[in-house]
Write a protein that binds this ligand. Sequence first.
Ligand SMILES: NC(=O)c1ccc[n+]([C@@H]2O[C@H](COP(=O)([O-])OP(=O)(O)OC[C@H]3O[C@@H](n4cnc5c(N)ncnc54)[C@H](O)[C@@H]3O)[C@@H](O)[C@H]2O)c1
Length: 267
Amino acid sequence: MTTVEDPADPSHGTEAAFVTGAAGGIGVSVAQILAERGAPVALADVDAGAVRSLAAELRAAGHVAVGYQLDVRDSEAVRDTVDKAEHELGALGTLVNVAGVLQVGRTTELSEQQWRRTFAVNVDGVFHASRAVVERMMPRRSGCIVTVASNAAGVPRHGMAAYAASKAAAAQFTRCLGLEVAEHGIRCNVVCPGSTETDMLRSMWTDEDGLRATLDGDPAAYRVGIPLRKLATPRDIAEAVAFLASDAAGHITMQDLYVDGGAALRA
Ligand SMILES: NC(=O)c1ccc[n+]([C@@H]2O[C@H](COP(=O)([O-])OP(=O)(O)OC[C@H]3O[C@@H](n4cnc5c(N)ncnc54)[C@H](O)[C@@H]3O)[C@@H](O)[C@H]2O)c1
């Protein structure tokens, strides 16, 4: 564990990590696990209050953490925040793109605004953050990016065309970036969660049957259930992110890791 009296002191040993969407269910777990493994963490989220209190909690536990209010749709703000984070925490060795929004609704019911907002956060946001961070990593010839997409990136889902398409775009962008920056020693990978116990998942449940329907699947919607018969915890997703961000994954790039209890039936 890295313990530094002044959270703004960049004289630490481990390279810092930048996490977008850090105030959400999965983002909090990603921030915690990276901090536990010794990385100073820059926590970015539109929810300023939540991200700042998470940073305070992590500092109280002896970690190095700073919270930033950031809307990943704003490319200038992303660059400024990445600058600030490098100034306050030192070189960024890891970026985790977690920020995301869920939009449900059949295609004929989707407004252009809903479609665009989904892509603005889930795709533009990943582009803005990855570009800003990778520019700084390239001269240092090291670093890694992990994008949290979804198993909906690889499996067609009823009423989720905007979300699934945005996650497929974010995943393919991350793999293409991985190809571009491999010669600079930078790895880029994707974690695809399935149903994970967070507010985002609960927002999809219209009644008490939500959990059962998620575990059992729904033939009317051509959706299989979860073979492991349980939801993922945010920690399950964070462990996969932390593995891909670690030296243990030093020869892994341009890969998708599905963490969905088998729900995507990936061959
Ligand atoms: N929960 C699931 O079942 C599930 C499944 C597959 C994929 N995912 C993906 O995992 C990621 C995290 O999801 P979660 O379940 O923790 O959701 P969540 O809603 O709890 O957290 C999402 C976080 O992103 C932040 N955010 C939203 N728009 C933003 C913006 N424009 N700029 C910066 N931050 C923004 C929110 O404030 C929130 O803190 C998302 O990308 C989501 O699509 C979740």
